[in-house]
Ligand binder design. Structure first.
Ligand code: 9MR
Length: 289
């Protein structure tokens, strides 16, 4: 795998509950193991994720916080984690999935409910102070093509840029369903271009393209290959897109069937670790074919 990939992301090992299981008691052991693997193999690392509404430890979710005391917790977490990994992680997801699914403002979370609407501004400021060289990202799903949630995200990031909040990029998670239409793909391309206009990088951070089990899998694999190839071409054609990360590599280990029963096989290696048509399609796109 180290020959095929150039970037590592921890699926769960750098989330809040993993890194700070008890208040102010940090456990970097699992994250460090993956970092060592990446460094040994000349791979870069993305950090995922500092501030989120999920996978928080109970001391945090059950705490009796004020705005100021929760801001102090946020600052301590971001500063301690980013200082530990300073200079070793190129891109950090500072905040994950903060926009409401309907595109109607920020979703309810401990951060929004206790700190208030400006909690993201603080998160990004704390992050820049902690590691000025890391690229700072807002990461979310269903924000890849144009629509209410992606418009809300774009407007939020534009406003942050205009107000001098230190944000460098947006992460498009890219948890897709097989059989994306040309219009859908075109809409993703347009969205990347509007971020370029405001000086924001777009990273594809968690790509997988899930297939319904009711379909003929070998036919579906061809469609999936073409979807993967089109996505790679879109990324290559846009100078503000240079990160193409999949949420795993083998269909044997993926979050998809657990969350979307009846769906699976979303990655580029099959369950026996053999490359799928999507693997070859990505290779072709990377070679300009
Ligand atoms: O893949 C992750 C899975 O193992 C965890 O159980 C799950 C818990 O929330 O998180 C999954 O990763 C998510 C990522 O952190 C954020 N975007 C959506 C991913 C898939 O749910």
């Amino acid at each position: 795998m180290q020959k095929e990939f150039a970037m590592v992301v921890c699926e769960n090992e750098m989330k809040f509950d993993a890194l700070q299981p008890r208040q102010n008691s940090f456990d970097f052991s699992r994250g460090d193991r993956l970092l060592e693997f990446a460094q040994r193999n000349g791979m870069q690392m993305r950090g995922h994720t500092l501030i989120w509404h999920n996978q928080n430890p109970s001391w945090l979710t059950n705490g009796n916080w004020t705005r100021d005391s929760l801001l102090a917790v946020m600052k301590n977490h971001i500063t301690t984690v980013m200082t530990h990994y300073k200079g070793k992680i190129v891109e950090w997801d500072v905040a994950n999935e903060c926009i409401d699914d309907s595109g109607n403002g920020l979703r309810s979370s401990i951060w929004r409910n206790v700190i208030g609407q400006d909690y993201l501004d603080y998160a990004f400021k704390f992050a820049r102070e902690a590691d000025p060289d890391a690229l700072l990202f807002y990461n979310d799903y269903n924000i890849e093509d144009l629509g209410p949630k992606s418009n809300a995200t774009f407007n939020m990031i534009k406003s942050m840029k205009e107000r001098g909040i230190p944000i460098d990029g947006v992460g498009f998670q890219c948890h897709f369903i097989n059989g994306m239409s040309p219009q859908y793909l075109e809409s993703i391309d347009k969205n990347i271009k509007r971020y370029a206009e405001i000086g924001v990088i777009v990273s594809f951070t968690e790509i997988d393209i899930r297939i319904s089990q009711s379909e003929n899998q070998s036919t579906a694999f061809q469609v999936q290959a073409s979807n993967y190839k089109d996505l790679m071409k879109i990324c290559l054609a846009n100078p503000n897109c240079n990160t193409f990360v999949m949420w795993g590599f083998t269909d044997k280990y993926t979050w998809v069937p657990g969350t979307f029963p009846g769906y699976g096989n979303p990655l580029i290696y099959d369950s026996n670790y053999n490359p799928k048509p999507a693997y070859n399609a990505l290779k072709e796109a990377l070679m300009g074919n």
